[in-house]
Design a protein around this ligand. Structure first.
Ligand SMILES: Nc1ncnc2c1ncn2[C@@H]1O[C@H](COP(=O)(O)OP(=O)(O)OP(=O)(O)O)[C@@H](O)[C@H]1O
Ligand SMILES: [Mg+2]
Length: 372
């Protein structure tokens, strides 16, 4: 009693009214026993290595994904009002759409600590244990690429997420016994590019699930304009749209194209990104009007030239292109599917008529079989 803990609040407070009546400033999750000293904020001054300068720092800075943001606001408000940890949250969607951004913004909004790890690093329960024993009440454990956790870790994490309990097996044979340890309630935020690869029991342990979809050109143009300001670069409104349109619906791509256009403008023009400058810069990177780059077009060409337009298996395409199947499935195919340039069928990938058209090729017509 009487212990007053300083709240760990990062960034400015949200624009949401904090309930009714005056509320004393206090820790967002009051009443918990003081931490054990091992809980220095994960958002210390050395956080730049995972937080680039263009990444939104608060939910109010997040552009687009309006439905997702609205639902998150509600979850956050409820958690704050009840002073209870947020329910476990799973974020899925193609690379570069903001999974890590959301996962880092949420703990900041709640004023709680965030620890980050990644599926491939979790080979055995002992890899996860230090995170669990150090986590504070209401804290966030962010597990990136959660679909790549080892199966033994997955089994281990079920009781952790459900009952905040760890079961540790001690000894072997006759002496074997299980020790259970209680944890402070906390929140797991998982991110994955492949929600389909998660097992049903793991997926079900996330009460909140949000799917991030590709962004509209308008939203991307706002992101480009905002980030040009942060990068102190002059850009015309038309040029923000030109860059946005060729960003494959992806903020990370938009940021990369903006940085490249800025380099191009500084080196080849007077430093200002106009439509002409953006156009010349993007042409030099061989990005076409849909935003496809060389690798995307190579995918289409490979399926057409090697596999007669498909159906072709993912592994076979990957071998032909000398690219990993994961890269194709995570980074290349989602946008081609979205543009309806390819189709995924049970027998493999097929190039659509629009896909042929995009490469200015004629699709194989029905007259093919008339030779015989
Ligand atoms: N909603 C958004 N508003 C503004 N900028 C965004 C938004 N989402 C993402 N960005 C920008 O795009 C970059 C990439 O986003 P982020 O790292 O969150 O993607 P990701 O989904 O985690 O990708 P990956 O699957 O590769 O880990 C961020 O650094 C940020 O600058
Ligand atoms: Mg990420």
């Amino acid at each position: 009693m009487g212990m007053v803990r300083q709240p760990v609040i990062h960034g400015s407070d949200s624009e949401e009214p904090r309930g009714s009546g005056p509320q004393p400033p206090g820790p967002p999750f009051g009443g918990q026993p003081p931490g054990d000293g091992g809980n220095a904020s994960a958002f210390g001054p050395d956080d730049d290595h995972f937080d680039d300068e263009l990444r939104p720092q608060a939910l109010s800075e997040v552009i687009g994904q309006r439905e997702v943001v609205k639902r998150l606001q509600i979850m956050l408000n409820a958690s704050r009002k009840r002073k209870e940890p947020l329910g476990h949250l799973l974020l899925d969607g193609p690379p570069g759409l903001g999974k890590t951004t959301f996962a880092t913004v949420i703990p900041k909004e709640l004023g709680v600590e965030c620890t980050m790890t990644s599926g491939p690093l979790l080979m055995a329960p002992r890899d996860l244990l230090p995170y669990l024993t150090n986590i504070a009440y209401g804290g966030v454990l962010f597990i990136d690429e959660i679909h790549r956790m080892a199966p033994v870790v997955e089994e281990f994490i079920y009781p952790v997420m459900e009952d905040f309990r760890v079961d540790i097996a001690l000894g072997e044979g006759l002496n074997a016994r299980t020790m259970s340890m209680k944890l402070k309630p906390f929140t797991v935020i998982g991110a994955t590019t492949r929600s389909g690869m998660l097992t049903a029991p793991l997926r079900d342990r996330f009460v909140n699930r949000e799917h991030l979809d590709f962004y509209t050109t308008e939203d991307l143009a706002v992101i480009v304009g905002r980030n040009a300001k942060i990068l102190r670069t002059e850009i015309t409104p038309e040029a923000t749209i030109d860059i946005a349109r060729r960003s494959r619906g992806t903020p990370r791509v938009a940021n990369n194209l903006l940085r490249w256009s800025r380099d191009f403008a500084d080196s080849e023009a007077q430093g200002k990104i106009t439509t002409e400058v953006a156009d010349a810069a993007l042409r030099m990177r061989e990005i076409d009007f849909l935003g496809l780059d060389k690798q995307d077009r190579r995918y289409l060409q490979t399926v057409i030239n090697v596999f007669g337009g498909g159906p072709a298996g993912l592994q076979a395409i990957a071998h032909s292109m000398n690219v990993s199947a994961d890269t194709l499935e995570d980074e290349i195919e989602p946008f081609l599917l979205r543009c309806q340039l390819i189709q995924r069928t049970p027998r493999g990938r097929v190039i659509t008529a629009a896909g042929y058209e995009h490469l200015r090729l004629a699709p194989p017509g029905p007259q093919q079989g008339t030779l015989f």
